[in-house]
Design a protein around this ligand. Structure first.
Ligand code: SF4
Length: 406
């Protein structure tokens, strides 16, 4: 049986390597131009060549985002951009009809995936896009399982991709100009500053200097405040409906976020295929998803389209139950070399997470710099060495500090 694809975000080359290492089948990424998430690092042409080499060796796929809504002046550089980048990706992700035509002219051999920005919500538009030469459609996040099932049945020939985890917009995905209006940064050009999560007040026309607090309840207002999607509960339904790819949001997230979310979904997908009848969501997976930085989770719209539970009435703040503190960059029989990403104190209790879903508690009792000097404290970005002892680890295992395990 062809397994459903697990599609991960890759904001840069390091995140791509981690995503593949922790079990993604494919990644989506942006080049320096024409991609949403312009505030992510993104890929130079050189990075993209390296990414393609890595993907080929691991038999993984790369999808390049070209999903801005361009203005006329954006179009000039596009033909050359497509020509230069087409060799290094397995599909273009697009949302603009003009770019679709341009890709078909310049790179007819590269499959086209329609971005969620195109807001495909029904089988007629799915069919329409398929007839335009679109191979895969990332459906609008605002659909329920029944909607997805009907689209699958009515248009069996197109590949369907569904967002299963990560941040959501309070507007129909991407149809929002709050960021453009308030900060001059265009969300449809990948520069959203997330003003939907800011605090708002109320002013009456004739009293311009008087600012009123608006309170839906005693904690404030939640007009624009969306929770983060956690759709793992619907994994079995989505596989059995015949969805082809499950997409994780988050090109701006840390490598720890990518690693941990991907390893949870990898484990869940593999366990489903091992024993579909007895498949159950495990508590340990949910616990791990709570250990990455997130806003309160919602099950999204999979059960019903107008689910008001997607609105966050608790807080718009991120929940950080664990901090990313380091990544293993080298390992031999005697020692482990780690790149710190946060300050680490000697004697503190940390945890190492691995690609094969194991967690090891460790106490860093001794650490050395690369010249073998003993360290009293480890600063962010420093390379340091600890004795290996009997830890069974691979490169790219990640160190975290669990905040409630003081
Ligand atoms: S401001 Fe919020 S709702 Fe609007 S595009 Fe940005 S993230 Fe989405």
């Amino acid at each position: 049986m062809q397994k459903i694809e697990l599609l991960a975000p890759a904001g840069n080359l390091e995140k791509l390597i981690i995503a593949f290492d922790y079990g993604a089948d494919a990644v989506y990424l942006g080049a320096k131009k024409f991609s949403l998430r312009n505030l992510a690092d993104n890929f130079s042409l050189d990075d993209l060549k390296k990414a393609k080499d890595i993907a080929l060796k691991k038999d993984k796929k790369i999808y390049l985002t070209l999903n801005i809504f361009p203005y006329n002046e954006d179009l000039e550089e596009l033909p050359e951009f497509i020509e230069k980048h087409k060799k290094f990706c397995d599909a273009f992700i697009i949302s603009d009809a003009g770019i679709i035509n341009l890709c078909k002219e310049i790179a007819p051999e590269i499959p086209l995936h329609l971005s969620t920005q195109a807001n495909t919500t029904n089988y007629l538009s799915t069919k329409f896009w398929y007839n335009q030469g679109i191979k895969r459609i990332n459906l609008a996040r605002e659909l329920c399982l029944n909607d997805i099932k009907t689209i699958r049945e009515k248009v069996p020939e197109v590949e369907l991709e569904v967002f299963i985890h990560g941040a959501m917009c309070m507007a129909l995905s991407g149809r929002c100009l709050l960021s453009n209006f308030l900060t001059g940064r265009a969300s449809n050009k990948g520069e959203c500053t997330h003003p939907c999560r800011w605090k708002y007040y109320f002013i009456e026309e004739t009293r311009p200097n008087q600012i009123f607090e608006i309170n839906e309840d005693n904690r404030g207002i939640y007009l624009f405040n969306s929770k983060d999607l956690c759709g793992i509960f619907y994994l079995k339904d989505l596989i059995e409906i015949g969805v082809n790819s499950l997409k994780i949001e988050g090109r701006m997230k840390s490598i720890y976020y990518v690693a941990n979310v991907i390893r949870v979904y990898r484990r869940a997908i593999d366990e489903y295929y091992e024993n579909p009848e007895n498949f159950k969501i495990k508590n340990e997976w949910l616990e791990e998803l709570k250990l990455v930085s997130h806003r309160d989770y919602t099950k999204g719209f999979f059960e019903k389209r107008n689910n008001i539970d997607t609105q966050n009435i608790e807080s718009s703040k991120y929940i950080r139950n664990a901090d990313f503190v380091g990544v293993i960059v080298g390992i031999d029989n005697k020692k482990i070399t780690i790149q710190a990403r946060n300050k680490i104190l000697i004697g503190e209790k940390l945890q190492i997470i691995t690609q094969d879903f194991k967690n090891y508690d460790i106490i860093i009792n001794e650490a050395y710099d690369l010249n073998n000097n003993k360290l009293e404290v480890i600063q962010p970005n420093m390379l340091f060495i600890i004795p290996r002892k009997d830890l069974w680890l691979n490169k790219n295992a990640i160190l975290r500090r669990i905040n409630f395990l003081k």
